[in-house]
Design a binder for this molecule. Sequence first.
Ligand code: G6P
Length: 611
Amino acid sequence: MCGIVGYIGKRQAYPVIIKGLKRLEYRGYDSAGVAILNGDTRIFKCKGKVSDLEDLVKNKNMDGSIGIGHTRWATHGEPNDVNAHPHASQNGHFVIIHNGIIENYSRLKHRLEDRGYKFKSETDTEVLANLIEYIYLKGKVSAEIAVRLALSKVIGAYGILVICKEERDQLIAARKGSPLVVGIGDGEYFLASDATPIVEYTHSVIYLNDSNVAVIKSGELTLKTIKNDTLTPEIHTLDLDIGEIEKGGFEHFMLKEIFEQPRSILDTMRGRVVTEKSEIFLGGLFHVMPRLIQAKRIIIIGCGTSWHAGLVGEYLIEEFARIPVEVEYASEFRYRNPVLFKDDVVIAISQSGETADTLAAIRLAKNECGLVLGICNVVGSSIPRETDAGVYTHAGPEIGVASTKAFTAQVTVLAMIALHLGEKRGFTSKEDYKEMIKNLTEIPGKVDKILSKSEDCKRIAELYKNSNNFLYLGRGYFFPVALEGALKLKEISYIHAEGYPAAEMKHGPIALIDEKMPVVVIAPKDNTYEKIVSNIQEVKARKGIVIAVVNEGDTVIKEMADHVIEVPDTDFALAPLLTVIPLQLLSYYIAVLRGCNVDQPRNLAKSVTVE
Ligand code: G6P
């Protein structure tokens, strides 16, 4: 949430920053700004997208080899020119950009006001800029000391970049709760809130940890804690390719990511599903497997789409491994004083690995539970670093704000965990294990087949693009898929949509059904097939429009439904991986036909690093 870019070195900073901001725009896009330090500090910022910022700086002098830039997702203060970052301190000594929330900003602001500070914006960031300046002037200390002392007074989360007018060959970065990565070039440094703006310049990076301060001065980086303890930087190599973060000929990142799923699901299984031996090997869980096998209960936590994947995980683990599973919204779990035991295992699921609520839930669980695991997509992000062990999904960077390939990768990991546990605990026979592994390896090919018929979804999208409401129904494994389908539609097309367990429809939503209501029913053959056929009849009896996702060759539902979208057969425990694909496509095409900005839906951010 909010994108941060900084550069210090020998090149012109502005082109690096603007390009980086474009790559980060998926993290926030309500306003943007840049500051270049070259003698004095020049700040340009405006409401709107990075392209508006580009228009603003046209024909301006952007010369300088130190700079910071920001693309914002508003927390404090509405999105406008004044609240946009960077923020300068009152006397112009400091300019900062900030991602996160300073919780005690109001108290700090009052104290600064008592000392004569006046504020132009409504942001917590300006408070921090002024606090740093106040300490700098009052204490007559260096910029670095002023930053560290100011941060020691701050409660909340931050990833900040700071430049000081008087200390011209220096850029300071600090982090607590909001991610920051430093890319190391040849006598130059690239800073960003994730690695996507960095990868085209260097693959050597340092991930800042909480309470770290990086001071880059005269071509040298020093890493410290806020308390001034010197640290040895750990240099990592980025496993990321520039092609992965470009659109590759697709109109939108979301479409590209939907179409990448045959490959991304395969990558999630690569080296883990060993077909020749009919074995699943999860290297990241190897050392903790004995404890996982003994778990009395598994608690899955996540937010948004990751929470939906967790629900599928509940069905999978309970069915194959017979371990009781609870799935919790991270934001609820962390505040409701949950009862936890030492033999509970917590699994946190997150695409970004940075979601604030999920991180906070992990920290709570770590105090009480024996084992906390992570299922994450972004390598080196905070969640994998804070959990005891885990599994990377390896789906590749997901840029589209609406999550697609991350969901199928997460479900694939959960299926592997469930099957492996099932076999080890003796609840899944060798034959079933072997058969399920075979089914799993066939999923990428089947996804490919569904994608080859994407035009069917486009045709249906044309017919219902102007609907005001949609209902999504599913039972068992397809209830979470219904939730995910409804979420996708809401997120990118702004159509109200609800996902419901099909049988529960009678207890409320059925009252909504009329001849204008499209009802998407996820109905491949499973143990509740007959029941869902009855649910479809109930919808039709009330003149609802039924769009059904069915198995190839299904004739029963085809007779009743207004439209059917076919998916290949598989074991129904794995069918969420197939049935979700047409729902992603349907929401994508509806949003495009409605003229919505699919990759940057209003009010949303890809990575929610605030509570
Ligand atoms: C945001 C994104 C969603 C995502 C959710 C959880 O709301 O827009 O797509 O599912 O955060 O994010 P995580 O990175 O933890 O999976």
